[in-house]
Design a protein around this ligand. Structure first.
Ligand SMILES: Nc1nc2c(ncn2[C@@H]2O[C@H](COP(=O)(O)OP(=O)(O)OP(=O)(O)O)[C@@H](O)[C@H]2O)c(=O)[nH]1
Ligand SMILES: [Mg+2]
Length: 197
């Protein structure tokens, strides 16, 4: 649910990075944060456990240019991927304008990918939404590792809706901005539809 601030001529959009634990969501945000123009970013807030796993959320307000005189500001969040943090995921997903699903390409994480995708769909359903109506991008992360699932198999298993997708190696910044740009574009197209033009 984007928030349009007419006084400030600013559109605020919420983009949520979703996916299985240790898939690379937080790494995506860290890379974006490290590489973006300091003038266009806010503070990166990270609440992590002692072992560096995200407990609650990362938050990065980010300006991505102007749309018809309105500045677009994207707020990026990551959910905690570990199965038992579902309450946090539900909270963070509320009001999302778009979702990036960060899948872990490793063969042994396919089940976790599928479980997380199902969890995303059921949490969206709870708030009266579906993945079909939600602008989203599939990111196939960890392409640098050896024991990974082929692209066609990932697509067949995870991208049955034929959403935009991107291969990535998040710690090296590969695919990170491509994913963000694709997601931001979809969110803005959706927003234009909703405001009628
Ligand atoms: N080799 C490799 N390692 C990666 C890649 N992306 C992330 N990692 C590593 O995987 C680990 C987990 O990454 P995070 O970004 O913390 O994963 P997360 O999805 O935020 O995990 P949760 O917060 O538990 O949901 C870190 O050690 C990262 O450096 C990748 O593309 N290749
Ligand atoms: Mg994390």
């Amino acid at each position: 649910m984007s928030f349009i601030n007419y006084a400030a001529r600013e559109i605020n959009c919420k983009l949520v990075y979703y996916g299985p634990g240790l898939g690379g969501k937080t790494t995506n945000l860290q890379q974006i944060y490290a590489r973006i123009d300091p003038r266009s970013k806010g503070k990166l807030i990270s609440l992590a456990t002692k072992t560096e796993r995200t407990l609650f959320f990362d938050f990065l307000p980010l300006d991505l240019g102007t749309v018809r005189g309105f500045k677009t500001r994207f707020h990026l969040y990551t959910v905690p991927g570990q199965v038992f943090y579902d309450a946090s995921r539900k909270l963070i997903l509320k009001g999302a304008d778009g979702v990036v699903f960060v899948a872990d390409s490793q063969v042994e994480r396919m089940e976790a990918n599928l479980e997380s995708l199902e969890n995303l769909e059921s949490n969206l359903a709870e708030q009266g939404q579906g993945l079909d109506g939600m602008p989203h991008v599939m990111q196939y992360n960890k392409r640098d590792l050896l024991n990974i699932v082929s692209l066609p198999d990932l697509q067949a298993a995870l991208n049955t809706r034929n959403a935009a997708w991107c291969e990535a190696c998040a710690p090296k910044g590969i695919g990170v901005f491509e994913t963000l740009k694709a997601a931001a574009k979809l969110v803005l197209i959706d927003l234009k539809k909703k405001v009628g033009g």
